[in-house]
Design a protein around this ligand. Structure first.
Ligand code: AMP
Length: 278
């Protein structure tokens, strides 16, 4: 949920983390103006209480003033849905896209397996993302349960309305898509990140995506079976990346999106893959 008043007001980073029975339940991150802080905070509390996996028992909220001098501005990636007939086809297409982005084939397959079995110890979903060396497959995040949690990211209020209207035309105007597009936009802005793979831990939401600067945000409607509660994210990194700098940028650098990328009509996944191979 991203709500703004005119951008002359101070911006705040708003973060929510909730848990149930001692386990991570949900989290959310946004940038909001001071005028909208109350509403945005209440929305996040309601989100934690109405989660499909149960009502949160603990909700932590963090509100931090954004230093305008550190704010980076960006453009959202182009978006396209690639239709597939099954989860197996969706996963095979995602592997192919990652390979096209420069991820070694065994690394793409390995990361996919990690997400399938739950990338945190004990086969649970992580709270954040894995960092994966695109050549060796080595996992580089300091904590395999928490991973890296991307934060301090948002979209200009006028633009979000416009984005919603355009996504409506594609039948995609829902918080999953809007928020994931912003997150993937920030992640793939960093030059150390080659590509991102994601699917949700929400049991009712089977879609996921591969995003890279090269081909944008490619949404795949079937990346896991309905009812599956394991989801996750993998950021594939160029070898030799400065990890401390990357993690600090992803977690603390405020990024505001001020432009929308192209929103394309859906296309058959096999046709798209054939075009890439050509
Ligand atoms: P979601 O798309 O919210 O269902 O999240 C799917 C998975 O992505 C979660 O299980 C986490 O592992 C990961 N994730 C969610 N939010 C973030 C974030 N802000 N930064 C990094 N990883 C995240």
């Amino acid at each position: 949920m991203l709500i703004f008043a005119p951008m002359t007001q101070p911006l705040y980073s708003l973060r929510m983390h909730s848990s149930l029975a001692g386990h991570h339940l949900s989290g959310a991150e946004s940038l909001v103006s001071s005028a909208e802080l109350d509403t945005a905070t209440n929305n996040l509390i309601q989100r934690a209480l109405q989660h499909p996996r149960g009502a949160a028992e603990q909700i932590h909220l963090t509100v931090e003033l954004v230093n305008p001098e550190t704010l980076e501005r960006g453009a959202l990636p182009a978006l396209r849905t690639l239709t597939v007939a099954s989860v197996a086809e969706g996963r095979s297409l995602a592997r192919q896209l990652l390979e096209q982005a420069g991820v070694a084939p065994q690394v793409a397959a390995g990361a996919m397996q990690e997400l399938i079995r739950g990338a945190a110890p004990g086969g649970q979903s992580m709270r954040g993302a894995m960092l994966v060396d695109r050549r060796t497959g080595e996992r580089l995040e300091a904590d395999c349960s928490r991973g890296v949690r991307v934060s301090h990211l948002g979209i200009d209020p006028e633009l979000e309305l416009q984005l919603g209207r355009q996504l409506e035309g594609l039948g995609l105007n829902n918080p999953h898509v809007r928020e994931a597009l912003v997150l993937a936009g920030k992640v793939t802005m960093h030059p150390a990140v080659l590509a991102e793979l994601c699917w949700s831990d929400d049991p009712d939401y089977t879609a996921g995506y591969v995003c890279s600067r090269a081909f944008g945000y490619l949404r795949i409607p079937l990346l896991k079976p309905a009812g599956e509660t394991r989801g996750g994210r993998a950021f594939f990194l160029k070898p030799g990346s400065d990890l401390a700098e990357l993690v600090s940028w992803l977690e603390t650098r405020p990024v505001l999106f001020e432009r929308i990328g192209e929103l394309h009509q859906a296309m058959n996944g096999r046709d798209y893959a054939a075009l890439l191979d050509a």
